[in-house]
Design a binder for this molecule. Sequence first.
Ligand code: ATP
Length: 475
Amino acid sequence: MEGQSATSLDPIIALAKRRGFVYQTAELYGGANGLFDLGPYGVELARRIKERWWQRFVLAREDVVGVDAALVTPEVVLKASGHVDNFSDPLIECLECHIRLRADHYLDEADADTWQQRWAAEAIKQRGIGEGRARDEAQKAWEQFARTGELACPNCGKVHWSEPRAFNMMFRTQLGAVEGAGSTAYLRPETAQGIFTNYKNVIDSLHLKLPFGIAQQGKAFRNEITTGNFLFRVRELEQMEIEFFCKPGEDEHWFAAWLQLWDEFLKTDMGLPEALLRQYEHPQEKLSHYSKRTVDHEFRFPFGWGELTGVANRTDFDLAQHQAASGRPLEYFDEATRERYLPYVIEPTMGVGRLMLAVLVSSYREYPQGRTGEGEAEYVLHLPAHLAPVQVAVLPLMKKDGLAEKAREIQQALVVKGVVARYDDTGAIGKRYRRNDEIGTPRCVTIDYQTLEDGTVTVRDRDTMEQVRVGVGKL
Ligand code: ATP
């Protein structure tokens, strides 16, 4: 049977919760908007993604090294980088019902489909109305907007908005017990600044020559005005970024090179199909304050195309800002040409959560009548084997007669060889297969009475469901 992809995020959210990938933060207390916790399999999937990335872009390269900077960032750093003044989104408030929205999300005339989807999603969230009705209303609101320029509120339907105002998205805190100048700090809104402020330290410790990159994986925090689409727009996110320092003039070459590497990583390492990916070049007038050129990779999520990754040419903006603000020279001395200059920086970046969501979406298939076409609905994550939270499930047919002991022995032998193998003896064998299909386990190894006699086991393939008998030694 051909499996079907998800047409909305709902079945993916349901599977993620049911099978222990992702839970809503503080669900016990009604949940917190824009925050999620990873469950036992989610943490494994995220680790595999991050480890693959680190392997490919740090360990396998001579020209990239890693750092792990503090999350709490003193205000001076983010003042110099421009975040204190510029890291904001335009906020509008409905003066009738007081919901707050991101103005640019609702006024993007160029893309009626995206606008309507967002309006409808907001209406569903705010008012709990059905999808069909929300879509009809969004269509009407769009027609009115196109006709009159007046935007209806997705919550109350009235047209009575505040002027847009800049809402800074950083979470503010203070260092130590004394409030006031000098103690203000923020949870970092991106991992990049911790790299720029360490750029000189890293050169001095490792005597690196241009071009070279500094990579970082870690949390970043953005108090997004509206969150939604599950892991897509959250307030606490995880990024994987590289700041690649190069000689001015070589920046365009390195921009193209990193864009290509990002493309390969998404397709080859993450297994994302070409048909679900496209590149988006930011028009000049929409570039961030620091960027000379930005190209995103977008992924086709069930709710529409959304940014997955970005490559930006940050020029020497950040180093120049930090040099001026700190009064410390950050220029690079080029021994070959005897010149001093501030390097240009190419920044390839991606978010772990969005990537995880894309991997889940692209590998998810549902089979409404089961995979044989004559049973109950089945759900399978056809994950690339190297990303699967469990690579091999080791299943004793029965718990008794020495089968469990034998299975544990085989599981341990696999673990010693570096395979992520899990022992599982709960429920009927068919149920265990289906549970493992749902978490994307590529192989199940079943231990039965014959195993005790001749040392063979059954290996079942997740995708073809074929079962073959092999000797334990061949596993
Ligand atoms: P967007 O335009 O969607 O707000 P952005 O352009 O601000 O994103 P960047 O600052 O380029 O995003 O951040 C780098 C990466 O971090 C993004 O490509 C995305 O994968 C991830 N990311 C950014 N914001 C969020 C968020 N609120 N939730 C989840 N991931 C995010």
